[in-house]
Design a protein around this ligand. Structure first.
Ligand code: ZN
Length: 277
């Protein structure tokens, strides 16, 4: 049954269905609403992003009828992933009633995403929203496996290796390190030229040869880099100190000295019973 099927023919098909002569009706977009026959199975083959269409179509099978307990719904379109279970789609407020907040629609959508069921990776059972362990097979997703990923933002993965620094970038870094040096000097805690060179080298692997020494105001990027180096240095020194403390030989041997003393004491004070020692 399609939009091109004449009215009379549609009525005939529906009549045959209701009498049980026709078991399955294949339709394209026409048995959406207003078709109230006793339907016990829906094979949903068209994808939709419309909640209304999804609820209306599935609703054809959700009406009660004498002797009917269930309706089987085969969703081949992934609509349940996108829109959720029909009985979970409900609104407390009218969508579109904005109280002046621009992003109310976005928030609405985010709230709906939270209510979506999730497919069990093991048995493909659709777990209701918020259910972690699969009620059907007991599968417990690994941490991170069940995480919602938003791939619509077009974000690029940041990798340190991919970043190529130009001569200008390097000059900018060097100028900011020099700026930092000047700052430290004005605070009365100067750092040496050698420190500047090493800081630069730890970033780029080379000495700042051929770069100008003029300072430019430090950016959070360079400032954070310097901070991280200082923290690493401080931690390294702390570790070194601890190692030195534990590996230092025990010079004072308190247990031996009293023993020596007491044996001396004994030697001096014990008078041999007979003859000399
Ligand atoms: Zn499962």
């Amino acid at each position: 049954m399609t939009a091109g099927t004449p009215h009379d023919e549609r009525q005939l098909i529906i009549h045959r269905f209701e009498q049980g002569a026709t078991k399955v009706i294949v339709n394209v977009g026409v048995l959406v609403a207003g078709f109230d026959s006793d339907v016990r199975c829906i094979i949903y083959a068209r994808p939709t992003k419309s909640e209304i269409r999804w609820i209306q179509c599935v609703g054809r099978g959700l009406r009660t009828a004498p002797g009917k307990d269930t309706c089987l719904i085969f969703d081949h379109s992934g609509s349940v992933h996108r829109l959720g279970f029909p009985d979970a789609i409900e609104y407390d407020s009218l969508p579109g009633t904005s109280d002046g907040m621009k992003d109310s629609k976005v928030q609405e959508r985010a709230k709906r995403v939270e209510k979506l069921p999730k497919e069990c990776t093991q048995c493909h059972f659709m777990k209701p929203a918020g259910v972690y362990v699969c009620p059907k097979c007991g599968h417990k997703p690994l941490s991170g496996e069940d995480v919602e990923v938003d791939s619509s933002r077009g974000l690029k993965k940041v990798s340190k290796k991919e970043r190529k620094y130009t001569k200008e970038d390097k000059q900018r870094w060097w100028s900011q390190i020099k700026y930092y040096q000047r700052q430290r000097t004005s605070m009365g805690k100067p750092v040496s030229d050698g420190w500047c060179g090493h800081t630069y080298k730890s970033k780029f692997g080379t000495w700042p040869n051929g770069l100008q020494d003029y300072p430019i105001e430090i950016s959070p990027e360079v400032s954070n880099f310097i901070k991280s180096k200082q923290i690493a240095f401080a931690k390294g020194r702390e570790k070194q100190q601890k190692q030195q403390e534990t590996s230092e030989p025990q010079i004072a041997l308190p247990s031996i000295n009293p023993a020596l003393k007491s044996s001396e004491y004994l030697r001096q004070h014990i008078t041999p019973a007979g003859g000399s020692l």
